[in-house]
Design a binder for this molecule. Structure first.
Ligand code: COA
Length: 172
């Protein structure tokens, strides 16, 4: 299967911080940012896989400062690395104050998507080819992050098994 350059699936999404998504303090809801991050990342993932994908995991998110209603959010997403059926996508969120032109970086996050076959099973997706120094650096770092993610997933699955056993014990 032939790989595809990372630049071909890089995606950008922009949206005004609208009053319907304000929190009680009058700033943009964190949940709205999370939604947009997922959408931007899914766009890059699907564009790369050229098929359906699902979000398997989202790494932690840190919001560095509040976003005011009326400011413009721009989310830049790109596939950092493909493993086999899964891929890591990085999303950078920039906030622009259109009245001053000031642009600030509010958060970055990493999401893992899995490509699916028509039967809904994980399917192998083409490799993502890094071309620039930045892309090569991200590709290398993605390998480290994957190790940590899979360790965490294994711990969560182990805990789930223990919980199920405890519940069965309680019923018996
Ligand atoms: C994600 C999902 C497809 C994985 O299916 P699965 O049967 O567990 O498949 P596998 O264990 O073979 O994992 C498939 C790939 O996903 C990766 N993966 C699974 N869970 C992961 C996680 N939490 N973090 C990172 N990677 C993960 C595996 O490492 C594997 O990658 P690889 O093929 O590149 O090595 C399945 O758990 C699922 O459908 N989850 C729900 C997804 C969803 O509804 N998302 C929200 C709406 S889009």
């Amino acid at each position: 299967m032939e790989g595809r350059p990372i630049r071909e699936s890089a995606s950008e999404l922009s949206e005004f911080a609208l009053p319907i998504y304000a929190n009680p303090l009058g700033n943009l809801l964190g949940g709205r940012i999370m939604h947009l991050v997922d959408l931007a990342a899914a766009t890059a993932a699907m564009r790369h896989a050229r098929g359906p994908v699902v979000t398997a995991s989202v790494d932690y998110m840190t919001f560095l400062f509040p976003i005011q209603i009326g400011q413009l959010l721009t989310l830049r997403a790109s596939v950092n690395r493909v493993f086999k059926t899964s891929m890591e996508v990085g999303v950078k969120v920039l906030v622009e104050d259109l009245t001053t032109g000031e642009i600030r970086h509010t958060n970055s996050s990493y999401l893992t998507f899995v490509g699916l076959s028509p039967e809904g099973k994980p399917r192998v997706i083409p490799q993502a080819i890094p071309e620039t120094e930045v892309e090569i650096h991200r590709w290398e770092q993605a390998g480290e992050r994957r190790k940590q993610r899979l360790e965490l997933r294994a711990r969560i699955l182990e805990r789930e098994k223990e919980r199920e056993k405890e519940n069965e014990g309680g019923r018996g």
